[in-house]
Design a binder for this molecule. Sequence first.
Ligand code: 0RA
Length: 646
Amino acid sequence: MSEEAKKKEYSADSIQALEGIEHVRMRPSMYIGDIGVRGLHHLVYEVVDNSIDEAMGGHCDSIEVTINEDNSITTKDNGRGIPVDIHKKEGISALEVVMTKIGAGGKFDKDSYKVSGGLHGVGVSVVNALSDHLKASVHRGGKIWEQEYERGKSLYPVKSVGESKETGTIVTFHPDAEIFTQTIEYSYETLSNRMRELSYLNKGVTISITDRRQKDEEGNFVSDTFYSDEGLKEFVAFLDSNREPLIRDVIAMEGEKNGIPVEIAMIYNSSYTENLHSYVNNINTHEGGTHLSGFRRGLTSTLKKYADSSGMLDKVKFEVAGDDFREGLTAIISVKVGEPQFEGQTKTKLGNREVSSAVSQAVSEMLTNYLEEHPDDAKIIVQKVILAAQARHAATKAREMVQRKTVMSIGGLPGKLSDCSEQDPSLCEVFLVEGDSAGGTAKQGRDRNFQAILPLRGKILNVEKAMQHKVFENEEIKNIYTALGVTIGTEDDSKALNLEKLRYHKVVIMCDADVDGSHIETLILTFFFRYMRELIEGGHVFIATPPLYLVKKGSKKRYAWSDKERDEIVESFGGSAPIQRYKGLGEMNAEQLWDTTMNPEFRTLRQVTIDNATEADRIFSMLMGDEVPPRREFIEKNAVYANIDV
Ligand code: 0RA
């Protein structure tokens, strides 16, 4: 190639690279999902996933993540280091290619390691394009190499800045506030939960996280180090730490089936809930898919076969079905798939057909062995299954009652519901209000055109501890089903929720801003999480935030939502002013409640999301389970809903 042609090719390539960066900056959501809190945190996952790839290839066993004072993030691994030699095709350092070429992904060498984790698998160059500054340091071949970038463009060619006996990659990036207009503030909680999860999913890798913005009581930066020797086995034990185990040990397996790496761990506990979590390439597949259906199939057929041959089902008169085998089951399935096909609304449903039989075979082998070797545990599991089947038959009757009532909903609406006049559900809101008196105030204060009120009597049932038929027999819960207009059960899933006839697109939980109120709020959220998760996933559930104080001086009055805000208002009123503390919604009059908490123009609604299903599950099992001490400790340390809202 002539010099001229080379030059031409180089500039053509760099124009393409530029177009790539421009495209990422113009349409960031296409690459990282969204530009809110989630997308912001996704940047960290993307970089860490590259380090995890190194670990999966056996080249790395330590990853350190630091949140710096300015909300920039530093990740450091002891992998091989990103190659720095001149890339044959591009004519620039491979490091620069990895960092600036959208879609290069860093994987020129496809076979060197198996799969990448990133949900969108977009590569570090996308993180670079969305950062106002990024610095990469590579320890490799005895030297330290460096390059810096601004909004995806390199500031200088890769240079050597020193010597090193180690290998590894250090990346520091600062998210660009021009892109992340909502916030660039990282949540330690969110990041450390993900690092814990990654350490369970990749045993043998030490992952630490440090927050340089916060210090603990001893003056050290807040920090956690995660390391798991036994992987999923320990993950299941962690998830069930607040539940009572039914069998002696976590059942676990790890191996390759039809060329697909499969890892499974499961245990039965004394609760009535099914708690399955599945991962593909370290990504939580919320919507399930072929690996999960393979697991269910393998579990059902193996247990059924065992129960039949043991003779324990001989006297059972009713049918034992799929759901019954999973009551009180906590399980994690993790598979690694070379070219995963993600489907579903949030692209978290695995579509690859071949994975189903791989997982199903793996479960069958694992479980058959365990049952043969642990006949006592096997007996306990089968007994639990029979009890579940019995309860399900009772529940079916109760559920049919709920459905019948919902279907005949004209005139069948609960008597306590004060409905709104608007007919279009997308414009309608319903407030679930604690207690009849607050319900009365809300009824007077609301805009009856589009706001409905459903008062709930005191504490609603704790569904975490109740059997299913008790849940469907509960008056308050029946009222919620009928008021919302949702039904339960479809052809292929008896527990699926049907939202087609949802009567309000906003469901707002409105409780007192005190300990009792937050307890009731948690009870309601637990019910939604266990029985109406689709409602949360659809973005329909909100929490109202009533004020804590009213500060009055002469004709001036302002509300405060925190002690800090209260003090600032008092200050702005000249240093002293009478303060009224609202102990409950009932102490506000209708106008005040409308002004502060219900009027869409001024209120703040917090949307409930399930950011991390495993963590949400653990929190609900802790808050609502039998073990009192961890609950008290947790409530004292955190707001009750610490991890489930945004
Ligand atoms: C491309 C090729 C190789 C490693 C990497 C990228 C790599 C990327 C990142 C990002 C963070 N940490 C990383 N560590 C490695 C293979 C290197 C080789 O063949 O020696």
